[in-house]
Write a protein that binds this ligand. Structure first.
Ligand code: CMC
Length: 443
């Protein structure tokens, strides 16, 4: 038996100095010391475990269930304890005391801004809310019933053609400029996608309003001089934006990082994030929750629906999470925000069905043993509907605030010397060495 060090320069752990794994390859009897850093082993160290010229050992992990793809200092989650922190600050404090633009600054820059830094940031973002008129014509070209997420995805991608300098991602000033532009323009594009479906004229930004108030104005203003949204609704939207701003390496963030790793411009990388968010297992879940609640229709249908879920007919949308296995702290805050919004708008009648579903599920062995709890999407759709948004808009309302998180993660990626172009391995299971068969000879 021989012992190899599977990592360059890492010593054996026998003296207890450096944590490591001893891996014994039973095919050859060789033992390897694989260094453990931050609770992980490097896949490249495992690749050193090999027989002759065969490929080294790789990790098979569909869905990245147990694979870290980066080191990140942006968002911390402890799924068992229900902890979510941005740059070390608990989500509960940020939701209560901060506003979305300040949180966006925190995510992107890593620190809470000073007063002066905040004023400059707010001014910059506000100054860039307008888009080129050709973007408007571009959006007007969509079919009358285009899904607003499809419109958002395409128009964010199209922005790269308006800012060709954005391709120079090695310039820090250019990077910052695009981050400001994207955070500034997302509400404009999102609101216009909404107006489009309604056949209403697009409303230009009102730069005397705050971020959320301006968004509400672009969504709902008609002929009045200024759209005055209820302060409680503005606050609720700010809270929802804060809760959705980042969530470490989720599907869409991974898409942004993966596409961004090719060193493409940030508009293209962000549109990849929007595409990933569109899916019903990710940001599209809140739209699916509303459709599900409407389909259930009344309280007496809840048990039958739950039985269908347990029989594997469908999923209880808005339940379960890859990381949270106790509770989703965002869901707790949103449930409280529901009360504030319903005070202004009146109670959404679907709330009763949602509350009953939650009660039944939380007492049911199927959901308890699988650790399935309400996630951020379970109650957010009820608020959005009370705010007069159609379900198709819900994911847009997720994409707008998530843009700051995507860009913080993208920035971290561009500044991380360890990052490489994303290129997973595969286990090839197909045929090999076939000879081409002409049409005439094919069965
Ligand atoms: N309803 C019924 N059963 C479920 C659900 C659900 N919502 N979620 C998971 N399960 C079951 C699943 O069938 C499996 O059971 P079994 O072990 O018998 O095969 C077990 O729980 C584990 O599920 P999984 O699919 O392996 O878990 P995952 O970590 O891969 O999936 C998830 C996480 C969020 C995709 C999943 O829970 C789900 O599809 N939930 C519904 C969609 C949803 O609400 N998505 C929003 C997520 S939060 C917002 C965001 O971050 O995007």
């Amino acid at each position: 038996m021989s012992t190899d060090t599977a990592s360059t320069g890492a010593a054996s752990t026998k003296d207890g100095a450096d944590p490591s794994l001893t891996v014994r390859d039973n095919r050859t009897g060789t033992e390897y010391d694989v260094p453990v850093t931050d609770g992980t082993v490097r896949a490249s160290d495992l690749a050193k475990i090999r027989i002759d010229d065969e490929p080294g050992i790789a990790v098979y992990d569909p869905g990245f269930v147990n694979t870290a793809s980066c080191r990140s200092a942006i968002t911390y989650i402890d799924g068992d304890k229900g902890i979510l922190e941005y740059r070390g600050y608990p989500i509960e404090q940020l939701a209560e005391k901060s506003n979305y633009l300040e949180v966006a600054y925190l995510l992107v820059h890593g620190e809470l801004p000073t007063h002066q830094q905040y004023d400059t940031w707010e001014h910059q973002v506000t100054f860039h809310t307008f888009v080129h008129e050709n973007v408007k014509s571009f959006m007007e070209g969509f079919r009358y019933d285009a899904h607003p997420m499809g419109m958002l995805l395409a128009s964010v991608g199209a922005l790269s053609t308006f800012y060709p300098e954005s391709r120079n991602i090695s310039d820090a000033n250019i990077r910052q400029m695009q981050i400001v532009r994207l955070i500034a323009k997302m509400p404009t594009l999102g609101a216009w996608a909404f107006r489009h479906a309604q056949g209403k004229p697009y409303v230009y930004p009102d730069n005397d309003l705050g971020y959320a108030a301006n968004f509400l104005s672009m969504l709902f203003k008609m002929s009045e001089q200024r759209f005055e949204a209820d302060e409680r609704l503005i606050k609720a939207l700010e809270v929802l934006f804060i809760l959705h701003a980042d969530h470490e390496q989720n599907c869409s963030t991974n898409a942004v990082r993966s596409v961004g790793s090719s060193q493409v411009d940030p508009y293209s990388a962000t549109s990849a994030g929007i595409a990933a968010l569109f899916g019903p297992l990710h940001g599209g879940a809140n739209e699916a929750v509303l459709k599900m609640l409407r389909r259930i229709g009344s309280l007496d249908k809840v048990p039958e629906f739950i039985d269908g879920v347990k029989n594997g007919n469908e999923r209880l949308m808005g339940f379960g999470h890859r990381v949270y296995k106790n509770f989703d702290p965002r869901a707790t805050i949103i449930k409280k925000a529901c009360d504030d919004v319903f005070e202004v708008t009146g109670v959404n009648p679907l709330l009763k069905i949602a509350v009953e579903l939650e009660k039944v599920a939380l007492e049911d062995e199927y959901f308890v043993t699988r650790k399935l709890y309400p996630n951020v999407d379970f109650y957010s759709g009820l608020i959005y509907e009370a705010l007069r948004f159609p379900p198709e808009m819900f994911t847009v309302l997720f994409a707008i605030p998530r843009t700051s998180g995507w860009l913080a993660q993208w920035l971290e990626l561009t500044e991380d010397s360890e990052q490489k172009i994303a290129r997973p391995k595969q286990i090839y299971t197909g045929k090999r060495d076939l000879d081409y068969v002409p049409f005439a000879d094919r069965g």
